[in-house]
Design a protein around this ligand. Structure first.
Ligand SMILES: Cc1cc2nc3c(=O)[nH]c(=O)nc-3n(C[C@H](O)[C@H](O)[C@H](O)COP(=O)(O)OP(=O)(O)OC[C@H]3O[C@@H](n4cnc5c(N)ncnc54)[C@H](O)[C@@H]3O)c2cc1C
Length: 423
């Protein structure tokens, strides 16, 4: 999962803007200028996840800042740009949403906590939800009142997500869920979870999964934070013991959850690919200037490569924007964006340390920007694995974009109960 939706500070965002897009961008900028200030190196915003600051007070402040900002843009009519007006949104277009996010990323505001809710859950409910689902769940997300997390991965089901074993069994008007989820970003702050569970073991694995909208305060839900290499507990294990979920909280068809999950995953890849790591070329250039290394040829080359990658991502994003304008839902091409964002984060991780030299070993208050670039180096694997690993994106691109022969999947047609498993 993503750690934020911010883009390279100071990068050019107006690649191929049409006059209509440029006008919208100017309107968004004018609004944002009226209520926020631009990011600077002194901000904690944008580097929250990189600070390795696990003080509960820092977390509390982060949650409060996210909620407060979301409420402000909601009150001004800028929340949920693509969401129909009847569900509290602006009733606009996806290209407008994209432009607004790019512009918002330039300001000293916190938005990352709503990445799953707004970037993944809202679009999924809009496609697969009933009228009741849309009216109950979408407005509180837009107002910044309810935070969601994604409860997909399990200890034995990540890349092979359809192999999940968390079970949901129908009991009258309820489902009883037992199992374990893992790597669930922000679950410790979440009010609701988007949960997938196995509801039929007698059909092949993709056909026996159902998608549930889970209230995280339900009895039997236990959230245990996991500390990452960066020092921060950003994601969690979630244990589900006899958790009762009302049948009305099924999103899509019973046993049709794989299609619903795919909608969410494509929106996730699109978001990660378009969102980057919240730190971009401008930050690396400032870092190089601060360390007085802009005259060193290898650094200049590495900075130029970083700029080139930023531009390529920008053009890939513009291409996605054009497809969206043409009314298409995000598809397998989102894997191209996700893969490029992953590679960019890996190379940027190296660049941040290369520029600092020995000072790259310092941390926290001893380090430049409280060790943010060191944390980005350590944290790069989060970006590269979350939302589907690089290898999996290459498989998707090979099979579904390039039309190459598929991997051998002997378990694809077997009833799930006959698939060999450990334990
Ligand atoms: C920062 C972060 C946030 C996350 N947030 C969430 C979240 O909010 N909710 C959630 O549900 N999950 C979340 N995840 C989990 C994430 O989706 C999984 O980690 C990811 O899908 C990989 O699964 P896995 O960890 O089980 O690795 P595995 O699937 O066990 O993969 C191990 C290695 O094998 C490779 N591999 C596996 N299968 C193939 C194949 N067929 N072909 C080639 N190579 C293969 C993989 O590329 C990888 O290198 C998050 C992960 C991270 C790192």
């Amino acid at each position: 999962m993503t750690v934020g939706t911010e883009r390279a500070a100071g990068a050019r965002f107006a690649v191929d803007d049409s006059p209509e897009e440029a006008a919208f961008r100017a309107e968004a900028r004018a609004f944002l200028d009226s209520i926020a200030v631009l990011r600077s190196d002194a901000d904690e915003t944008g580097s929250y996840f990189a600070m390795a600051d696990d003080d509960p007070e820092t977390h509390r402040r982060h949650v409060a800042r996210n909620k407060e900002w979301q409420r402000r843009i909601f009150d001004a009519g800028w929340a949920g740009i693509t969401v129909p007006v009847e569900y509290g949104g602006r009733g606009g277009e996806r290209w407008q949403e994209r432009i607004f996010r790019q512009e918002q990323a330039r300001y000293n505001v916190d938005t990352g906590l709503f990445a799953v809710s707004l970037g993944m859950v809202v679009p999924t409910i809009l496609v697969h939800g009933t009228e009741e689902h849309k009216r109950r769940y979408i407005p509180p997300m837009l107002r910044g009142e309810e935070i969601w997390c994604q409860l997909f991965s399990e200890p034995g089901a990540g890349s092979d997500l359809a192999g999940l074993t968390t079970r949901a069994v129908r009991d009258g008007d309820e489902w009883v869920v037992n199992g374990q989820k893992v790597w669930n970003s922000g679950a410790h702050h979440a009010d609701f979870g988007a949960l997938i569970a196995r509801t039929d073991v007698d059909v092949p694995k993709h056909r026996g999964i159902t998608y549930f909208l889970l209230d995280m305060r339900t009895s039997g839900v236990e959230v245990r934070p996991l500390r990452q290499a960066t020092g921060v507990a950003h994601f969690n294990e979630v244990f589900l013991t006899d958790v009762r979920v009302p049948h009305r909280n099924v999103l899509g068809a019973v046993n049709g959850g794989w299609a619903v999950a795919q909608t969410m995953l494509m929106n996730e890849r699109n978001m990660i690919g378009s969102g980057g790591m919240g730190v971009g070329f401008g930050d690396y250039l400032r870092l190089a200037r601060a360390f007085g290394v802009t005259d060193i040829p290898v650094i200049r080359q590495a900075l130029a490569a970083c700029f080139t990658r930023t531009e390529i991502l920008e053009y890939l994003g513009a291409r996605a924007q054009a497809a969206i304008r043409a009314g298409k839902q995000p598809g397998p091409e989102t894997s191209v964006l996700k893969l490029n964002a992953s590679l960019h984060s890996a190379l940027n991780g190296d660049l941040g340390l290369q520029i600092q030299g020995a000072a790259g070993m310092l941390a926290r208050d001893d380090a430049y920007r409280r060790g943010m670039f060191q944390q980005l180096f350590v944290g790069q694997w989060g970006v590269r694995i979350g939302g589907g690993t690089e290898q999996i994106q290459r498989n998707v691109i090979g099979e579904r974009v390039l039309g190459l022969p598929g991997e051998s999947r002997p378990d694809k047609t077997l009833p799930f109960r006959e698939v060999p498993r450990n334990g």
